[in-house]
Design a protein around this ligand. Sequence first.
Ligand code: NAD
Ligand code: ZN
Length: 360
Amino acid sequence: MIYKNYPMVSRVVFGRGSFNQLSDILEPKRLNVKAPFIYLVDDVFKGNAWLTSRISLAYEDQLLFISADKEPTTSQVDALVEDIILTYKDRPSGIIGIGGGTLLDLAKAVSIMLTNKGESKDYQGWDLVKSPAIYHVGIPTISGTGSEVSRTTVLTGPKRKLGINSDYTPFDQVILDPELTKDVPTDQWFYTGMDCFIHCVESLKGTYLNAFSQSYGEKAYDLCKEIFVEANGSKEALQDKLMMASWHGGMSIAYSQVGVAHALSYGLGYLLGTKHGIGNCIVFDHLEEFYPEDVALFKHMKTIHNIKLPQGICAQLADDEFDTMINVALGLEPLWENALGKNWKQTITREKLRTLYEKM
Ligand code: NAD
Ligand code: ZN
């Protein structure tokens, strides 16, 4: 048995208002006056002085507002990298991602592709990155994906939706300031929060489970119940808890794997552009067979928060479209193996997946 030797985020700050320390954290990392810091910021913060006034631009630093309406693609990453290379003589001092999983993943991917030749699609997979990325910082503004702590950056490419999983992917620095999540709309709070809940379920109910993953997964699962079922505490306390649940959920899958919901959700995301959080919810709603108690709890949480999920999103699809989704889902072998064990192919057939997709 060879055990994985995992990299982790090297530095992390936690606390309400810790975002104020951003410039102090970055300044020692400036390589020279021609090597800028590039900030990739969710465009939901455009015109939001409360947040942007705390980003101090010096020398050639640049702030780019980027929409999170679509999940990151390999061509988007390549275009950003090309722009940066053409604009600046020196390599940037750092890339700072401020936003949800979409912006965090973009920041990770751009920092990798600035030091690695070719196109980002060629690095989708496991351990294909050769050179260390440039210094990169993640600052989540919505909690749940665990992208702030994970060793992957999920990109949609020409052939597949798959992460760049590598030792160079994790952030060098993370700033966890729960106050940044205060204006997240309720629906989105639920969808992205449920991503964390589903990470815990898939890790805890998976065959790859070990004490490392279990300890993080159980903590995050309990936090999710405190937040989404018991609503135990002030608004601020719940924001703090969800930010830590996201972190622990991410740590839990680091040493195990996700499962059925993620495999099927990737298919929806690839074909229909359904976003990760809501896609996971749409799928999970139909997975009683695999995760009976947790799906019941999920439905209860939906009711408490009055969440209405879209129905019939696969109703009009043609055979070849179902095939595309099934191919994407079946291609994620480690997820199925984690969920159902080595003999998963005996139960997970194309017909089975088609039946599941038809319910959504
Ligand atoms: P997101 O980043 O796509 O953002 C969702 C919505 O919330 C957007 O409209 C955004 O503008 C808005 N938003 C974000 N912060 C806000 C704030 N403070 N106030 C108001 N609105 C705000 O959502 P997400 O669910 O965090 O991320 C999904 C992405 O994360 C997907 O691309 C998925 O593939 C990726 N992901 C990555 C990992 C990983 O380990 N790398 C894990 C899970 C998911
Ligand atoms: Zn997820």
